[in-house]
Design a protein around this ligand. Structure first.
Ligand SMILES: [Cu+2]
Length: 331
């Protein structure tokens, strides 16, 4: 073999390797494209994330509370706006007025001979009784409001378990097949491109039915987090090894944003919450699209079918088994 031949052979080998690489890359490209179209297909097959309404369920830049979308939230906001704030304002202005009056009326120039009076029964009774009555007037509605927040959800409530992780949320649906939705914050550019508020938008939302009692449970996998959505009027600690629970009924469909509200580590500020409330039928369709997602009622019926089938089989009743199977097929 001379020098020219071996050089040509080396060139051929290099060409062959290059061609193999190019082929491999081309196949990979095709495969990637296929998965992309798969993902698009599942996206367009039903559920598409709802576009948020400007100013609804998100901060609006004001100093007041956000508008409320639960009955308890509306009650509490009414109590704050119509009762507590006016009461605070009246008491503060009254005390300020008294102070100014004392400063002006009893200054040394206007009142050179100070009175030696130390007791006045009427004044003492009034300044004891009036604050007591004010506190009682505040206590009655606040205790009933507090009690409402601890109401037990009905048995057919939809259970959603929010689990805090460092630093994202997981939403488990134990009554609907037990699937878990993992929810991470969207980068700012993606959020703005979607028309969503930055630092609040997430890739996968907690999707729930509107106008339905939700049994909201919170827990955490690592450290203490807190699950809070201001426009739904709740903040619930998520503590490892503990299950906190409350009922939430969202009165209208929409997207409601919140944030982790317990300092939980370096990325505490980057684990937002987005709750999407859908009409009941749309929520059910969303559940069925999830991996292993079933409707709670359907699950019970299937279980009953299986039980009656097993009962019939145990009794050695072939007709009964056939009947149970036929009933199941009819469903
Ligand atoms: Cu957290």
């Amino acid at each position: 073999m001379n020098l020219g031949q071996s050089r040509r052979r080396a060139q051929n080998i290099i060409m062959a390797i290059a061609a193999a690489f190019m082929l491999a890359f081309a196949f990979q490209g095709v495969a990637a494209q296929e998965t992309a179209t798969d993902a698009e297909a599942t996206q367009t097959s039903g559920y598409t994330p709802m576009a948020p309404t400007e100013g609804k369920g998100m901060p609006d830049g004001g100093i007041n509370f956000q508008d409320q979308y639960t009955a308890i939230g509306k009650d509490a906001l009414f109590m704050h706006d119509a009762f507590l704030v006016p009461m605070m304002a009246i008491v503060s202005l009254f005390v300020l007025g008294l102070l100014l009056w004392v400063v002006a009326r009893y200054r040394r120039k206007a009142n050179p001979e100070p009175s030696k009076t130390t007791h006045n029964t009427l004044v003492e009774v009034v300044w004891t009784l009036v604050p007591v009555l004010i506190l009682v007037a505040i206590a009655i509605p606040s205790i009933s409001l507090l009690a409402k927040q601890y109401e037990t959800p009905p048995e057919d409530a939809v259970t959603v378990k929010a689990i805090g992780y460092q630093w994202y949320w997981g939403y488990e649906y134990p009554d609907n097949g037990g699937f878990e939705v993992v929810s991470n914050m969207l980068p700012e550019a993606d959020a703005l491109a979607n028309g969503e508020p930055a630092l609040l938008a997430v890739d996968n939302r907690m999707v729930v039915p509107a106008n339905t009692p939700i049994r909201l449970q919170t827990t955490a996998a690592d450290v203490i987090h807190a699950f809070a959505v201001p426009s739904l009027w709740f903040k619930l600690d998520a503590v490892p090894g503990r299950l906190n629970e409350r009922m939430v009924i969202i009165e209208e469909p929409g997207v409601y944003y919140g944030q982790c509200s317990e300092l939980c580590g370096a990325r505490h500020g980057f684990m937002p919450i987005a709750v999407e409330a859908l009409p009941r039928e749309e929520w059910e369709a969303w559940v069925l699209e999830q991996p292993g997602g079933v409707l709670a009622g359907a699950d019970d019926a299937a279980q009953e079918d299986a039980e009656s089938e097993a009962d019939a089989a145990a009794a050695g009743d072939a007709e009964g088994v056939a009947e149970a199977q036929a009933a199941e097929a009819a469903e």
